[in-house]
Ligand binder design. Structure first.
Ligand SMILES: NC(=O)c1ccc[n+]([C@@H]2O[C@H](COP(=O)([O-])OP(=O)(O)OC[C@H]3O[C@@H](n4cnc5c(N)ncnc54)[C@H](OP(=O)(O)O)[C@@H]3O)[C@@H](O)[C@H]2O)c1
Length: 432
């Protein structure tokens, strides 16, 4: 190959957003590992404060997104984050026929269908491997690796911050607040952890997995969430007695009528499940196909370098001309599928009460009226009678019946804290 033809195959890359991931992408691009990729532009607000010399003297640093479009770069990498103005900038690059690689889960979850149509109309592409599960090649894995199957379910641990907090609580017996503070000190959790612990982050990622893997477009906000802030150290002791651990589980399946059952919830997961074996800030995605059964993908779901690997893998695909039809990534469906709210599972309920005779009987009477069977009652010794935690597990039943029963139970005056309700995933069923 002549040096001229080598030069002609160079792919000129512009990074928009020189933060954690943007800097890691630049580091890989300037390391010389990928000869076909050249970093030519970096766009960021207040760019003077971002400028570094290790990217080399030829990189153009700019505060104007228009400069990237005017320079006719070969690909724009969007690493700004958030929906606005990032979505608009992605849209404008696609409109100019420039391929875009992004790690932005919010934009893809909210506007994936529209942006994919835009890419198709302008003969270009939008790749987003890094938007779900960071460095784990789950988009490629679902699109290529198991494309021979008909995927029916997906489940996973999609938020490394929550997994770090829950596995620290489990290992060290610390409170949620202490585990969160430690995660913040180590840089695993944001100063405002709401998006992680309330489930919004995993909700957006699950919506993308649904589109890519299960071929259903949903409105991400329709996916039911449960906060993990009520999980306490004692729940891990009870979970262990039940042969389980507690994880924030995202799960989805497509029902026969085309509707979708999906949720993000802290759940009891059997110790033998692949989801139980994911420690610290790692992620896992388990897909289930009609023919191939379960396939698990695991690894680092966040962090500058692992996420940058996913971004650069998309850039390599663009440079090599491995075009992906937008509809292969995101189904071209204008109407969002209906998301079903209820689910069937075993249930874990922790009550914290001021003790007196007749409480178990009163709870059992309400459950029985709602057609719900109590499976077991567990009580760890050594707690004060004035603030006594105990657990009831319920046999597999619909969540609507449990919800109705709890609505009545919450009105009893013996509660010291609101009951904590977690689904129990059954053995061999990591999905819904
Ligand atoms: N970090 C991870 O582990 C990870 C993992 C997977 C996916 N992601 C995704 O990757 C993307 C980037 O994340 P990150 O962690 O790298 O974020 P970050 O560290 O906050 O970097 C964002 C960069 O964009 C710049 N920026 C923000 N708004 C801007 C605007 N309006 N105009 C110009 N520049 C602007 C910021 O500048 P300032 O410094 O001035 O604010 C910063 O340099 C997000 O979509 C995120 O969800 C991140």
């Amino acid at each position: 190959m002549t040096s001229e033809s080598a030069r002609s195959r160079q792919c000129r890359v512009a990074i928009a957003g020189f933060g954690t991931v943007g800097q890691s992408v630049a580091k890989i691009l300037t390391s010389g590992v990928h000869a076909e990729l050249t970093l030519t532009h970096v766009f960021n607000r207040n760019v003077a404060s971002k400028r570094v010399d290790w990217t080399g003297p030829d990189v153009v640093w700019t505060e104007s997104f228009d400069d990237l479009l005017a320079a006719e770069v070969d690909v724009v990498v969007e690493l700004i984050g958030g929906t606005s103005p990032a979505r608009d900038w992605i849209d404008r690059a696609l409109l100019a026929g420039i391929p875009v690689v992004t790690a932005n889960k919010q934009v893809i979850a909210q506007a994936g269908t529209e942006l994919m149509s835009q890419a198709r109309r302008h003969g270009t592409q939008l790749l987003f491997e890094a938007a779900v599960a960071g460095g784990i090649p789950i988009v490629r894995g679902m699109r290529d690796g198991v494309s021979g199957d008909r995927l029916t379910r997906v489940s996973g641990i999609l938020n490394g911050t929550c997994n770090y907090i829950l596995t620290s609580m489990e290992a060290d017996g610390v409170s949620f607040e202490d585990a969160l503070a430690e995660a913040q000190r180590l840089g695993y959790a944001e100063a405002d952890p709401t998006a992680d612990v309330e489930g919004f982050d995993a909700q957006a990622k699950l919506a993308i997995l649904l589109a890519v893997g299960l071929r259903q477009v949903v409105t991400a906000d329709d996916i039911p969430l449960a906060s993990m802030t009520s999980v306490a150290a004692i729940d891990f002791a009870y979970a262990r007695r039940l042969g389980c651990v507690i994880r924030q589980v995202a799960q989805a399946e497509v029902l026969d009528d085309g509707s979708v059952r999906a949720s993000v919830r802290p759940s009891l997961v059997p110790e033998a499940s692949p989801l139980a074996r994911v420690d610290g800030s790692q992620n896992i995605v388990v897909v289930e196909g009609r023919y191939g059964g379960e396939t698990a993908f695991s690894g680092y779901g966040a962090g500058g370098d692992p996420t940058a690997v996913a971004v650069v893998s998309d850039l390599v695909a663009v440079a090599r001309g491995q075009a992906v039809a937008p509809t292969d990534l995101f189904p071209d469906k204008q109407r969002a599928a209906r998301v079903v709210q209820g689910f069937e599972a075993g249930h874990y309920l922790r009550f914290t009460i001021a003790d007196r005779p007749g409480i178990i009987a009163a709870l059992a009477e309400v459950f029985s009226r709602h057609g719900v069977n109590v499976d077991a009652v567990l009580q760890e010794p050594g707690w004060s009678k004035t603030e006594l935690p105990f657990v009831m597990t319920l046999e597999t039943c619909g969540s609507m019946a449990v919800s109705a029963a709890l609505g009545e139970i919450e009105r009893f005056d013996f509660h010291v804290q609101a009951p904590v309700w977690l689904p129990i995933l059954s053995d061999g069923e990591d999905g819904v």
